[in-house]
Design a binder for this molecule. Structure first.
Ligand code: FE2
Length: 556
């Protein structure tokens, strides 16, 4: 069957298309609207319909709205209750519920020809659960059962789901944690307390945690606890009593880093309790994770190392954008479609060489097409990186989810420590945040340990071997870790070829890889976005399809 999945309600509006069990396309609305995360995550901006992403999914597949068997919506308003009943302070929540109730009408207006009766509500956390458990190669897509944990801020009236998908793709829910107890909202509260944007900047808190000591762990352990039934309690925390509230942009102190470290550590401890409870109950070998908290790659590595599961698989679009895909997979599985596993994150827009060349000609830019016999664009990029240039890399279809995985990337030499600061400047990021390495798969084991290998989606952190830390200083975080992407030539031949060319020149099978965007902007998606980014940032070379554009040297 043909199912269009829609996420429109909490964060990161997105659309995904599943045809006969195969994930065909998926994209966040921000890549089209050019507004990061879609609407701003402030309380009264309760929704945004992913109109542009949905239309593109259909156009790309040659479908009309009337061809769809179902449109899934990753929130079930019938399960929702008023915010005050849930113990939440959220005065605009009723707007969100109104919008969800009217969603079929809105969708049929946005996609003319769509029958509103085709719209199906899928509970938010079932959609998250399906996005991981039905996509992982260690689950029903491969004829195996898999446990699933959803770790989120909030859904209709819960913040978590612990369940199992059987080999046929049917979900049994073991436990859900009712609101207001929420590990995601706890982390969001801390994010806001530290002067960052909640529901958006949580990864900054995770990065800051590496600079601190968890000296408030005692207080946190009293107020945040797992319970015997597979759930947990999060009591209100007087953050100000631990470290003073920061205004946006205000300098943080060691005390703030200690607070971040304490919450991070307590989160890891409670997640470990939840996973051990689930594994003890089912005895299954594999665990799938989704929900915004599952983007915490430091916690994911703890679960990988200590939970007892053989495989911990995290949905790369673990945040709300992934619920568009998960809701569609859930309905397809329920209808009996045989599901294919996650095909890779390159589910967004792509352009042919001719289309790219047309854009370059229109912009009247001097471009060249490196000789394929001499290594083509992979060699040209490696040459520039080896000479300490910064490269914008635009290849194939764009990524679904928050990570650049070799399709819309900004790259640099990992051997120069100052490249961390240089890239953070290009991107307008805080200097305490790390940048990540991509590494040839077969070389990863000698450099990186503790996290799983291969690790193709940057969802875990790894320890960097001591003898390598001085060789690749730009990608080693203050705590000696790195959030790696392993690159297998079978999956990503062009990126692998570039890495091999770079290694031939420098002896390093590693390149710095961060997402291709500048401050506050979504990731580059189209060739035109790429040219805007190249035109406005100190990037030395743009590699776009088989073409390269070099920055002209300015005299003086
Ligand atoms: Fe969610």
């Amino acid at each position: 069957m043909k199912v269009l999945g829609i996420n429109a309600l909490f964060h990161d509006p997105s659309a995904a298309l599943v045809v006969d069990g195969v994930t065909v396309s998926a994209a966040e609305e921000e890549r089209f609207s050019r507004r990061k995360h879609g609407h701003r995550p402030v309380p009264f901006a309760a929704w945004e319909l992913p109109e542009l992403a949905a239309r593109w999914c259909l156009e790309d597949a040659g479908l009309e709205p009337g061809d769809l068997d179902a449109v899934t919506y990753s929130f079930d308003v019938a399960l929702a209750r008023p915010a005050e009943e849930l113990g939440l302070h959220d005065p605009w929540d009723h707007l969100r519920q109104t919008y969800a109730r009217e969603a079929p009408g809105f969708l049929s207006t946005a996609l003319p020809g769509l029958d509103p009766a085709a719209v199906r509500n899928v509970p938010h956390h079932v959609a998250h659960a399906a996005s991981a458990a039905l996509a992982t190669p260690y689950g029903p897509a491969n004829g195996e059962p898999v446990d699933v944990l959803v770790l989120d801020g909030r859904g209709e009236c819960a913040s978590h789901l612990a369940g199992t998908y059987d080999a046929a793709g049917r979900l049994t829910t073991h436990h859900t944690q009712e609101l207001p107890h929420s590990l995601g909202l706890l982390y969001e509260d801390l994010t806001e307390h530290l002067g960052f944007l909640r529901s958006s900047d949580e990864y900054k808190v995770m990065a800051m945690a590496s600079y601190g000591e968890p000296r408030f762990l005692g207080e946190l352990r009293e107020r945040v606890r797992s319970t015997d039934d597979g759930g947990f309690v999060t009591e209100r925390i007087d953050w100000n009593a631990l470290a003073k509230r920061l205004a946006p942009g205000e300098e943080w102190t060691p005390e703030h880093a200690d607070l971040a470290a304490s919450v991070q550590r307590r989160l890891e401890e409670v997640l470990l309790d939840l996973t051990r409870w689930l594994r003890g109950r089912t005895g299954n070998r594999s665990l799938a994770l989704a929900g915004g908290v599952a983007l915490n790659c430091v916690a994911n590595t703890v679960l990988h190392a200590e939970s007892g599961y053989d495989h911990v698989w995290v949905q790369p679009a673990a945040g709300d954008s992934g619920t568009a895909l998960g809701s569609a997979l859930h309905v397809a599985a329920a209808a009996g479609d045989q599901l294919a596993p996650w095909p890779g994150a390159d589910l967004g827009r792509g352009w042919s060489d001719d289309e790219i060349e047309f854009v370059l000609r229109t912009a009247q830019l001097p471009y060249e097409r490196p000789d394929e016999q001499a290594g083509g664009v992979a060699a040209a990029v490696a040459e520039c990186l080896a000479a300490d240039g910064v490269v914008a890399w635009f290849q194939g279809r764009s990524e679904f989810g928050p990570r650049a995985l070799g399709h819309r990337s900004l790259m640099a030499h990992p051997g120069r420590a100052q490249n961390l600061e240089r890239l953070n400047d290009v991107k307008g990021r805080e200097q305490f945040r790390p940048v990540a390495p991509m590494v040839l798969s077969h070389r990863a084991g000698e450099i990186f340990s503790r996290g799983p290998l291969p690790s193709p989606s940057m969802l875990f952190v790894h320890d960097v071997a001591p003898e390598w830390r001085d060789r690749i200083p730009a990608v080693v975080h203050v705590d000696g870790t790195a959030r790696i992407q392993t690159v297998d030539p079978a999956d990503e031949p062009l990126v692998a070829a570039m890495l091999a060319e770079f290694e031939r020149r420098t002896g390093l099978p590693v390149v710095v890889n961060t997402s291709l965007n500048t401050a506050g902007r979504p990731m580059v998606d189209s060739p035109r976005d790429a040219l805007e980014c190249f035109g406005s940032a100190p990037v030395d070379l743009l590699a776009i399809g088989p073409f390269v554009i070099r920055r002209a040297r300015v005299a003086g």
